[in-house]
Design a protein around this ligand. Structure first.
Ligand code: BV8
Length: 231
């Protein structure tokens, strides 16, 4: 049966109260990317970076999954073929909404990483500068998120999923960050149909066969219903 690959971005968590990046008043309106989302920024001012991620980690822990997260979990459960969810988001709302095996290509707020020995552990609600690594004791703990200029996670697995996709859906992403923004082209080259569900047309909207506009909590459940009825 058809394999579906779904890419989600900050827009799917917007109605759960989590800020997006590039919308009015978004995270990039409040912070410079180079100060809080690059390895250089972390070296320059680790306290600022920890403050940025601590605030988001605390807020994300209080957020609830919304109807869009839950609809994708329903699609995974009821669709006869494989449904792979790749997210650029670092919150855990897909899992809280019931989704399985979510691929977090930009890492997660819940994870901590040792920059010295690559050990990973569950981050405390608030990380502090100089936090010792539980494995090697070096004071090099950082959030386990992928910053600009760093290699996103599980790229080989993602490209394999895209190669086998019959349908690719991008939900709530502005299509401005690579390599995620190029997934639609990878999927189309493998013969997949492509659909974008977004509040506003993304930068790459013209690359999609279909575009469905509106808030994710309305468009995603309706799209899942249509998919399941038409199977
Ligand atoms: C890489 C960290 C090599 C975690 C993020 C020069 C030097 C170095 C690199 C580059 C360079 N030029 C280009 C690059 C590549 C760079 C890049 O793309 N830069 C851009 C800015 C040009 N990319 C990288 O560096 C990546 N690494 O390239 O390594 C490589 C290459 C190929 C293969 C392997 C390796 C690393 C990118 C990851 C950076 N880390 N975040 C965190 O802090 O969260 S990126 C950040 O932006 C988030 O991860 C986020 O996921 C991502 C994308 O943002 P969106 O999710 O799309 O959110 P946005 O606000 O933009 O849009 C929201 C959308 O939702 C909007 O369309 C809106 O309309 C919609 N929406 C709003 N409300 C709703 C809604 N939709 C529905 N319903 C609603 N209610």
């Amino acid at each position: 049966m058809e394999k579906i690959v779904i890419l989600t971005g900050a827009g799917i968590s917007a109605e759960s109260g989590l800020g997006t990046f590039r919308d009015e008043g978004g995270l990039w309106a409040q912070h410079r990317i180079e100060d809080v989302a690059t390895p250089e920024g972390f070296v320059r001012d680790p306290a600022l970076v920890h403050r940025f991620y601590n605030a988001r980690r605390v807020q994300a822990a209080k957020a609830q999954p919304n109807a869009a997260h839950e609809a994708l979990a329903r699609l995974q459960r009821d669709w006869p073929g494989e449904v792979v969810i790749v997210t650029q988001n670092v919150d855990s709302l897909h899992e809280a909404g019931g989704a399985q095996d979510v691929i977090h290509m930009h890492g997660t707020l819940a994870g901590a990483l040792c920059a010295a020995c690559d050990h990973r552990w569950t981050a405390p609600p608030e990380m502090s500068v100089g936090e010792p690594c539980p494995a090697c004791a070096a004071a090099t703990a950082r959030p386990d998120v992928v910053w600009f200029g760093e290699m996103p996670y599980q790229m080989d697995a993602i490209y394999n999923h895209l190669a086998g996709a019959r349908l690719f859906a991008a939900i709530g992403t502005s299509g401005q960050v690579y390599p995620a923004a190029a997934f639609v082209h990878e999927a189309a080259m493998s013969g997949a149909r492509t659909v974008e569900l977004n509040l506003d047309p993304s930068t790459g909207a013209s690359s999609f066969d279909d575009v469905v506009l509106g808030p994710a909590t309305e468009t995603v459940p309706r799209w899942v219903d249509q998919m399941l009825i038409s199977q």
